[in-house]
Design a protein around this ligand. Structure first.
Ligand SMILES: *Cc1c(COP(=O)(O)O)cnc(C)c1O
Length: 399
């Protein structure tokens, strides 16, 4: 079989008609700024925050300009200072250490296991030795670690947790929504995530003081009473002279586009997981390819797929990727010497002065990754699996 896959790994679904109509209403009335409201109007942004708070069960929700902005704001709300160490994942994407660096703080990287979760032994060791008071935990590519064990390590040492849920919107661990374990949860609504407004981010929390700080930080111009998924005014009154305004607001146009997508999330999660399952089924038993274990307690929203070419020599991985690419299936590789596009690793973030992490390097050296947009059909997933099985199998035989 020599067929070529012709689908696009970066083509998202269109915006639902309801979102397009809501966006047109905002354009027609012209009140795009979240605080520009007609008398009695709640506004799309405040309403979006109510919707997402209800969906996650969080007491408070704030919508902002991006996922990266949400993470930096969470760290500021927790009082992280320049020079402070902040624990985070060695296996994540660049905006995560970037959020830490944006405060003048210093990332301390924690390793990854063969199941692509944060290494809890390495975390416990670095909690004990680093002096960090905060963990920015990235649920990278949707792989959620044992959250009860992680929270026990962090709570036991007084380390506050911020969850980066850029890949776990709508996911859960043991029945609790991702983002509801830490002091704050952060999400991204950038085009390549689970809902799409081009750019955008959420912060959720049950902590009134932290959320009031986050709202003031986000650029509320003392108009915090126009937030509806927010703590009461007296919480703001105590801190409003101490918190700077670092503008990064959501606007009503993007909120209008997002609201119907938030409602569709459970349905979309099922569609993503069906595609993931088809791909996994088609790849089972491929020589040289290690699939990733998904724990029973994890409810995923699998918008991407990872596997390991564990301990393959780098030239053989390059050959396998080249064979797949010729047939229309472009895999990302976390073992590449140079950062490319969205794919980089802790070794590339020189500003953080990363130490050497051999166990993590072994995993990243073999890690391949692809997006799974909802525009792919189940038949597309079967075709991709058969191409990968043939080409990776052939590269393995040639070893
Ligand atoms: C996309 C992403 C973010 C946030 O990104 P923005 O582009 O700033 O919205 C955070 N963490 C991870 C792992 C991501 O992939």
């Amino acid at each position: 079989m020599n067929d070529v896959f012709t689908g696009s790994f970066t083509q998202q679904e269109p915006i639902p008609d309801e979102g397009i109509e809501a966006a047109l209403r905002v354009l027609r009335h012209g009140r795009l700024h979240r605080y520009n409201l007609a008398p009695g109007e709640v506004g799309e942004t405040a309403q979006l925050e109510l919707d997402f708070a209800a969906q996650t069960g969080a007491r408070y929700c704030l919508a902002v300009a991006s996922g990266g902005y949400a993470m930096a704001t969470a760290l500021r709300a927790l009082g992280v200072q320049p020079g402070d160490k902040v624990l985070s994942n060695a296996f994540t994407l660049a905006p995560v250490p970037g959020a830490i660096a944006s405060l003048g703080a210093v990332p301390v990287f924690v390793g990854v296991t063969p199941a692509l979760r944060i290494d809890l032994d390495d975390l416990a060791a670095k909690v004990a030795t680093s002096g960090a008071r905060v963990l920015l935990l990235s649920h990278m590519r949707g792989h959620i670690c044992d959250m009860d064990a992680l929270m026990a390590i962090c709570d036991g040492a007084g380390v506050r947790v911020v969850e980066d849920c850029a890949h776990t919107m709508g996911a859960a661990w043991n029945g609790t929504a991702s983002g509801r374990f830490g002091a704050l949860g952060c999400f991204s609504m950038q085009t390549y995530k689970h809902v799409n407004s081009g750019e955008g981010g959420f912060l959720i929390s049950d902590d009134a003081d932290l959320m009031a700080r986050a709202i003031l930080l986000s650029g509320s111009y003392m108009l915090y009473d126009r937030h509806k998924a927010a703590p009461p005014p007296e919480v703001f009154a105590e801190i409003k002279y101490d918190v700077p305004n670092i503008s990064g607001r959501m606007d009503n146009l993007r909120a209008a586009v997002l609201r119907p997508q938030i409602a569709l999330l459970p349905e979309r999660a099922a569609a993503w997981n069906a595609r993931y399952a088809r791909l996994e089924q088609g790849l089972r038993g491929t020589p040289g390819l290690t699939l990733i274990d998904r724990p029973a307690l994890e409810s995923m929203v699998a918008s991407s797929f990872q596997a390991l070419l564990l301990d393959w020599p780098a030239p053989a991985i390059e050959a396998a990727l080249a064979r797949c690419k010729v047939r229309g299936v472009e895999l990302k590789w976390f073992g590449a010497p140079e950062p490319a596009g969205f794919t980089s690793t802790y070794r590339h973030w020189h500003y953080a002065h990363p130490g050497s992490m051999p166990a993590t390097d072994r995993i990243l050296a073999g890690l391949v990754d692809m997006r799974l947009p909802l525009t792919f059909s189940l038949a597309d997933c079967d075709q991709i699996a058969s191409i990968l099985r043939a080409e990776i199998g052939a590269a393995w035989q040639a070893l």
